[in-house]
Ligand binder design. Structure first.
Ligand SMILES: C[S@@+](CC[C@H](N)C(=O)[O-])C[C@H]1O[C@@H](n2cnc3c(N)ncnc32)[C@H](O)[C@@H]1O
Length: 522
């Protein structure tokens, strides 16, 4: 699929071209009607009104195009056509559904008109009800890396920058752009000047635009730093900036935090807020996050140098309270680690540099690993008791931590490796003949009892737990009793606490969970 027209069959193309043609031609008659609105014209410009109306017609058509393309698929539960962007990427579909644009299916032209006018009506209601929200809004189309405003201009800047490599906005926007440009490009020549959307200044870590993923990461960090420096510049000295961010990988966070620190902004508060939809397609198989982190930043003068030893102590003290709060509000899994980053930023973003006493500079990666080990300790001590966390082997603690964080989902190698290193173990020790880790390319998942081989007489707690699950399921109660007695686990409360914690970390439907529960109920 090398050009955008290939996403539509001939009938769909004919339909969209016909609408495009009518929208272009409608401008003249709409302009004429607008001119007749005497009351309106005493205050406003009829040409602007006509342009807006035709602009909305263009948006209606471009929305509809995503419901009538050859990447639309049939969603059987809702018995409807699913639009191209079920996830923020172009999907691969085996076959597609095609709808009658004048029919009654979701996404037909009429429904798009209803949605669009519905939003406009709601916005108008808000501004009618609330005097304070009435007034003019100025929207500027510019790159965040060079904002067309003077220094110290804004009381507040709220921004939701791209999340590293999550979404290729500009590439995906071209799907709509090609229709919009044809339908309304002549009315908005400055917005549609380029053949496709501009890409050079887009702040994403896109591997296909750079030599490799390292170069993509560098580009993202450089551009994001430029954007945050602009935020710093245009913000009043006592102004407030709020930056929203979410990414499940540490690489994604490293770049954001470096950019933020280098911009001069200081984080003064942070909140994890549940923003992502559980039903998003990407949320179903690989680990994904439910929360975004809202970081509140200010233009406070920075201190020159912070020493790692002091900061580590400060981090431990200040994060604990926040971790306790996150735990009590039931923030779970990957979200928990990510949530800890905000409070930690409060501690170290006040320094320009962080060093060891011998002058070695400390990078964000090292700070993130400190945060990770503080959070890991906190969670292990919550899931197991203090005695158990000191006697249970580190490999089994890793198994538990992975299950608590990601359940049975898979993650990128680097993220699993970082959890393992918080326990002082190498991930590559955990796969192989008797391992419980599976590596497929750069993706890691954990193997349950039935998916792996267990070494005979292994003393790892996780191996004994898995052996117990298998024996129970085969109904071999005597053998189970024997193994638990021989390994000394039968009356070891830590073993049972471990099994319970594993069971609690797995999804309801998981077989390992169900069997573990049955074993300790007996
Ligand atoms: C996380 S999204 C924001 C989503 C928005 N909060 C919403 O709910 O629709 C990040 C946005 O940053 C935009 N973006 C990327 N590079 C940019 C740049 N250099 N200047 C301005 N915006 C940019 C992307 O196009 C994308 O729309």
């Amino acid at each position: 699929l090398t050009t955008w027209n290939k996403f539509f069959n001939f009938r769909q193309t004919l339909e969209l071209i016909t609408f495009t043609d009518h929208i272009r031609k409608s401008y003249k008659s709409i302009l004429k009607e607008c001119l007749e609105l005497k009351e309106y014209n005493s205050k406003f410009c009829h040409e602007e009104l006509a342009k807006s109306i035709v602009g909305y017609l263009g948006l209606i058509l471009s929305r509809h195009s995503s419901y009538n393309a050859n990447l639309c698929w049939w969603e059987p539960t809702g018995e409807r056509t699913f639009n191209v962007f079920g996830r923020q990427a172009l999907p691969m579909v085996w076959d597609y559904t095609e709808q009658n644009p004048f029919g009654i299916s979701t996404g037909n032209i009429e429904s798009q008109i209803e949605i669009t006018t519905g939003i406009l009506n709601d916005l108008m209601k808000v501004s009618k009800k609330d005097e304070t929200r009435r007034g003019s809004i100025s929207i500027t189309n510019a790159s965040a890396t060079s904002l067309p405003y003077v220094n110290n201009f804004f009381d507040a800047v709220l921004t939701d920058p791209p999340y590293y490599d999550n979404v290729h906005y500009a590439d995906l926007s071209d799907f709509f752009y090609v229709w919009l440009k044809r339908a309304v490009g002549n009315l908005f020549p400055d917005i549609f000047a380029t053949p496709l959307t501009p890409k050079a200044e887009e702040i994403i870590a896109s591997r296909h635009r750079h030599k490799n993923s390292e170069a993509a990461k560098d580009f993202f960090e450089k551009k994001l730093t430029e954007a945050f420096k602009e935020v710093y510049r245009v913000l009043k000295p006592d102004g407030i900036a709020i930056i929203v961010y979410a990414h499940k990988t540490t690489a994604g966070w490293e770049t954001l935090l470096n950019s933020l620190i280098n911009s001069g902004l200081v984080v003064t508060a942070s909140w994890p807020i549940h923003t992502e939809m559980k039903t998003r397609l990407v949320a179903s198989e690989t680990a994904s996050l439910a929360s975004s982190i809202y970081m509140v930043c200010r233009k406070i003068p920075k201190k020159q140098v912070g020493f790692l030893s002091d900061i580590t102590v400060d981090l431990e003290e200040s994060i604990q309270k926040d971790l306790e709060r996150f735990w009590n509000t039931n923030i779970k899994g990957g979200d928990f680690f990510i949530s800890a980053i905000g409070p930690a930023m409060k501690v170290f973003s006040i320094y320009k540099h962080i060093e060891k006493f011998d002058g070695t500079l400390i990078g964000i990666d090292e700070l993130l690993s400190i945060i990770r080990s503080i959070s890991t300790n906190f969670i292990v001590n919550k899931l197991l008791d203090l005695k158990s966390s000191s006697i249970i082997d580190k490999q089994s603690q890793f198994y538990l931590m992975y299950r608590w964080t990601y359940s049975s989902k898979s993650v990128k190698f680097d993220d699993a490796r970082k959890i393992a290193s918080a326990f002082g173990i190498d991930l590559d020790q955990l796969w192989g003949k008797y391992g419980f880790v599976k590596k497929k390319g750069s993706i890691i998942s954990l193997l349950g009892p039935k998916e792996r081989k267990i070494e005979k007489d292994s003393t790892l707690i996780v191996d004994i737990a898995h052996t117990s699950v298998l024996l129970w399921e085969k109904g071999k109660r005597n053998e189970l009793e024997e193994i638990l007695t021989k390994s000394g686990q039968k009356n070891n409360s830590s073993f049972w606490i471990f099994c319970q914690a594993i069971a609690e970390s797995l999804e309801e439907s998981n077989k390992e969970k169900k069997t573990l529960r049955r074993i300790f109920n007996e």
